[in-house]
Every structure is written in structure tokens, then in C-alpha cells.
Design a protein around this ligand. Sequence first.
Ligand SMILES: [Zn+2]
Length: 721
Amino acid sequence: MSLATGLLFSVVSWIGLSADKLPSPFVILPQPQSVVLLKGAGLESDKLHQIFLKGEFKLPVMDNILSQMTIGKSAGTGTLTLILDKTITSVPSDEGYIMTVSQDRVEIISKSEAGLFYGCQSLEQLLEDARDYKKPVPSCKITDYPVLSYRAVHFDVKHHLDHMNYYYESIDRLARYKINAIVFEFEDKLRYQRQPLVGAPQSISIDEMAALTRYAHERHIEITPLVQGLGHATFILKHQEYANLRELPWNRWAFCPLNEGTYQVLFDLYRDAIAATPGSKYLHIGGDEIGNIGLCPRCKPMADKEGMMSLNLYWLKRVCEFAKENDRIPIFWDDMPLQHSGVYESTWSDEVTSEEAAKSWKEGTPKLDKLLEDFPKNCVYMRWNYSLARQPGNILALEWYKNRGLKAMIATATNTEGGMLFQGENRDQSPSSSGIINIRSFIQLAVEKNVNGMLCTAWDDKSPHMENYWRGFIASAEYSWSPNGRTLEEYDNAWLQREFGISMPDYLSFNNQLRKGSVLWYEAFFRNGDLLSDENALQSLTQLEHWLKPLEGREKTEFDYTLKLIELPDLKSPGSWSQKYKDRLDRAIIEMNNYKNLSERLTELYNTSKRNRYYWSLSKALYDLQSNTPNILLALKECDSGDKVQQQSGFENVKRAMNDFQKVWTEVRSVYGQTRFVSYPANYIPDRYFHLASQREDLTWMIQAQEIYFGMIEKWLQIQE
Ligand SMILES: [Zn+2]
């Protein structure tokens, strides 16, 4: 193609795309690619009463408003006409659609059933606004399509399981935002038939999961199973029956890659995972963070001779061949090859300068190129980075995949700060930026580098309630569809309107106020670090920290946990405790003063929301939980006085606050219980390691610091009285 026609072509393809925006209050999330406002009166919310299908296809699944229409025999007044036309060329993606809204009818045209489905989702949102705000949908022509073709979110059920109806409802909700895949990390929550020992007692049966997969498919969502293999295998290797497959007999983290038994077990699990997800295209095989191989008598010679990476690649080749034979495209976390080539740090560390990154890639590239012939070509290499993601080494990694013709996707993360309470949103663009800015940043980079798929991960290490992840999930839907559409502030507004039917101009500062209380809650009772720090794990099984060298005998460390927590006031030296902990006590006063206002606002948000009120019930329960901590701290401060009357009142207030704690904790359990199982059955074999949520079987890992600290307080009170 000559330069002139090339230019002409690109100009033509943009004609008609205009900068019009839908007038307030109309919001489509994700933002459509192009809106052209047309002359004429708009469409009243109750105008459409029938649907007409033009072409051979199934009626798309529709949401509340559209599903109430009958099926008509012709287009015309009051009709939504859906046209399947494989010949149209004016939208660049098969998933795209063109929708024309006029005073008395709507027409949606697409090359594919997915496109028609997405057109209906957009129309549903417009009609929802027309109904909620009592205004006609403006006459308009919308040309819309996604920029990324694989738009996935992560359901990680390592340490918890939600009720099946919550998963069904989640699929409806994801479909509304045009997400088209879920990477479902089963761990032990699938009732594997070929290796029945692996599935937890209340796990999901293969048939049940297959039914969920079909339900998702009808909504144009694929469920991609993720079964971890070489490392991250404690959910399998915790069982004594599999001990012979461990790389080291006393280490439950990793399989031995040269033991044939490893593949018998893994392939059985894959076969079951494939059976549980009929019709899906991908199989995520994990493959990250393997610190503990190359150590057994079988593997050591190969590791010594050919390097550790050869063992990783041997495993990768085997599992990718399996995927191919079973008609799945494998997806693989890419950190191990990058680590063994010496470039890994440059992909995530903000300390590595551009020059240092360039140097490490200059040295590392020949090593990676040497491995290239062993890299399976049917595999998708998933680059993960949960920060702003523009570290020079991370950019070079995406370029390396592109230049070597390997398929890559990216993985970003929702709730990057990992806690189970309110998440911070820091948008100052520094390396410590958090929240949805990181999601947008990596997706925009992916688009620049021609990467066509993204996963928004939702790690279960600290097992937040799934609702805690949705703001990020929806942000990933927004930016993977329209990477350069909305600003972050526009996203906030669109999210509030679509999810709840409300507006809230100060949302960000409100959230950050809640977040400050969460940070105090995490830190309040710890001498160093906080509840989320690995070193404060209740059962710190150091043996399973994959980043450390394994060392026999270190796996059981008994220690006195109370030594990790702050001491209680010494009443022989009144005031000294208050002095020592002045910072957290000052923060506690701020939290106490905010309580009435924030609590009332949460109640008001619950009352005024038109949908998803559960989110605010959960927020209120978590807020009340975290607000108990300042009460405890300030009551202890009251005790820390030379005045006997004040001391006595302090004791009473401490007891009252501990009593209140039981009430707010009961409420949290009850709210959680509406969507997830809050405890494992008694015969569950624990899968303990450094993850906070793996330390107990009944949600009390969330409050283990409180439980132990309250025990200390009770003893202390007995001595004082
Ligand atoms: Zn081995």
C-alpha cells in the first residue's frame, strides 16, 4: 500500500467519529468509542415494547429492562431491531456494534452475536438512566468496539469460597461492563474427580462449574481455569499422599519437575478443570515464584549442568504440549524466565534507573534469546505488574515478546494494597500510587505495545470480601475497552452512577478518610509493621516463603505472639504509655471525631442507592469494625492516668469497647455470610503458609491481633482490680 492510500484509508476510517458526548445524566460504562448526537426528540424510557431479530441468531440474553420486551415480526415504531451482518466494515472489532437511537425506535447492527449483546448492554444502561432521571435518551448514533480483545478479571478462591449465586450474579454484573473472561483460580475449590483428595470438602463440583461456564458463555464470558503447577502447590502437596512428588520431602511449595508422577497428578487436575469449563479457549497454568527446585537428587545434576531455568522450561514444555493436545491455549506467568535471565528486577523495581535497566537487558537479552527456542510458541506469556507499570524494564519486556513473535498479555491488580478493609487511592503518579490509576496505566502501556489481552487480578492472600474488588474490576473493564476515554475522576462518577444510581462529588476524599481508619486498624496493636506484614503472620511457616532458600527444620517456629503486640499501660508510671504511643493515640482521636459524620454518610449512601446496596452494608460493617480500635486505644489512654477516678472510668470503657467489639464482629460475619462461606468444614485439611488468610479456618484470621491483645487486656485488668 502506498503512503498516500494508507493515509487516505486512515482518514476515511475516522470520518464520522466525533467528539460528541452523551449529555448528562446519560452514562455508558465502559465509555463508547464514538457518539454522534442526532437531530430530533429523544426516546422515552417506556417507548420500546418489542424486539425484532434480522438474521439467523439467538436472542441475546438481556437485562431487567430489555428482557421485558416481546418478540415482533418487523422493524418499526416501538421496536428494537437487532441486525447480524457479517459484511459490515465500519467497526474494527468483531465485538463492536453500531447503535442508532431515534424518537421511536432503536437499531443495533453488528458482525457478531457478541457485538449485538454489547449493544444491548449499552442500551440497557441508557434506558436505566432515562427511567431513573425521567429524561428521554437523546437521539444518537453510537459506534463502539473494545480496544483489547481479552478482558478478564480474576476470581481467586485460595482461602475462601463464595456461594454459587454470588458467582452467577457476578457474571451478570461483569457482562454489563463488557468483561469477556474470568480467570478462575480453583486451587482446592473444585471437586476434582481424578484426584479426589485435592478438592476441599465444600468445593464446587465439576458439573456445577460447567453449568456456571455455560451461563457465562451465554453472556459472552469465558471461564479460563487456573490450576497452579510447579510452585504454589501447597494445596496439593500438603497431603501426605503426595509427599513423594515434592521437590524436597519436607517442603510443600513445589513439585519435582523431573518426577513423572508430577505430570500424572497435574494432567489429571487439568483434565478435570477442562471438563469443568466446556467451550473455553484457554488454560492458565500459573508457573510463577518457584524458588525451591533443582535441589533433589533427580534435579540437581540438570540444574548444575544446564541451569535452573532448564527445569522450569522442561515443565513448561510438558504442560504446554498437554494444553495443545487438549485444544487449549496455555497462559503462563512470566517471572521465572525473566528472573533466570537477570532482568526481572528491572521490570518491577522503581529503584532501577533507565540506564541500569538498559544494562541488565543488554546482558539478559542474549540469555533470553538462547532460551527462546525452548519457549513454547502456543503459550501466552502473562507479564504481571501491579504498580504504575512504566518501569523501563517492564516496557523492554513487552517489547522483547513483541519482537520475538511471542504472544503476551498483561496482568494488573485491583486492591493493590492488599488489605481487607478500605483501599487507598493515591493518584499522585509516584511509585506509591495506588488504586485504579495503576490499572489504567498498565492497560495504556499494553495498548501502546500492541498487547491484546489483560487480566485484572484479585489476590486472595488477605481474602478481602469480593465486593472490595469490584471498583477495580469495573475500572479494568472501562480502560480495556476505552483505554484513553475517561479521566479517573470521570470514571469515579460513572462508577457511582452505574453501580448505585447516585452521584457523590467528594467520593475520593470520603474514601480516603475511611482508608485512614483502616491503616490505623492494621497498625494499632503491633510494635512493628502491621497485620498485613508477613513477619507478623500468626504461624510464620518460613519454609514456605518461596523467596527464601529452603532450610530443613525451620518449618515450625513456635513463638510468643504477644511479643509482637504493644504492651499495656504501666500504671506505676502513669502517662508514659500515652507518651510512647502518642502518634497512634492522636490518630485515634481524629477517627473518633470523624465517626458520627462518616457513619451517617454510609447509612445515607445505603438509603439513597438504587442498586447494589449490599456494598454499603458491607462498608458500614467494616467501618464499624475498624472504628472499634480507636475506642480501645483511647480507653487504655484513660487508664494511663494518676487519677484513680479517671483510671476506674478507663477500665469500664475498656470493657465496654471489648464488648462492642463482639457486636461489630458478629455483624461483619453476618454480612460476609450473605455471600460467602465463613468457615471450612471440620474435616478440612489446613493449607497454612505465610498468607494472612491461610492462618485460620473461620474468618478469625482477620481479628487474630484483637483476640490476642484482648486476652492480654483481660489478664491486665485482673491484676489492676
Ligand atoms: Zn526434583
